[in-house]
Design a protein around this ligand. Structure first.
Ligand SMILES: [Zn+2]
Length: 121
């Protein structure tokens, strides 16, 4: 078992939590103006990051509050937890998000990871 550090309750057993997907996915300002493809991208397309990844988690069997976490997708280790509304903490070099691709990754490869290819054509 792994302990997850709820920012409200402290460390608790992992089976008290539920995963809520990628964090910091902003709701579109005017959804009516989006094409079907853009709406589908908002709803279904998420980054598939190797390394640090910002995620939403809910402490469903505890305080029932949502919070964000940065987790290493290679080791499953939680590197940081923070409350909703707080900025993502800067953890240094390991970040490999779409917003700030790692220098070692070619930009075209990062782009192809998030761009759908004909799924809705
Ligand atoms: Zn909690």
């Amino acid at each position: 078992m792994m302990l997850i550090d709820c920012p409200y309750c402290g460390p608790r057993n992992e089976n008290e939590f539920h995963y809520g997907g990628q964090a910091h996915v902003a709701y579109p300002e005017d959804p009516q103006q989006l094409s079907d493809r853009e709406w589908a991208e908002y709803l279904f397309y998420r980054d598939n990051t190797r390394g640090d990844f910002a995620e939403r988690w809910a402490h469903t069997a505890g305080c029932r509050k949502w919070f964000n976490a940065v987790r290493d997708t290679e080791t499953y280790a939680f590197r940081a937890v923070y409350r909703m509304g707080e900025p993502r903490p800067d953890l240094g070099g390991r970040a490999a998000s779409a917003a700030a691709p790692a220098a070692a990754e070619p930009a075209a490869e990062t782009e192809s990871d998030t761009t759908p290819t004909g799924a809705l054509a």
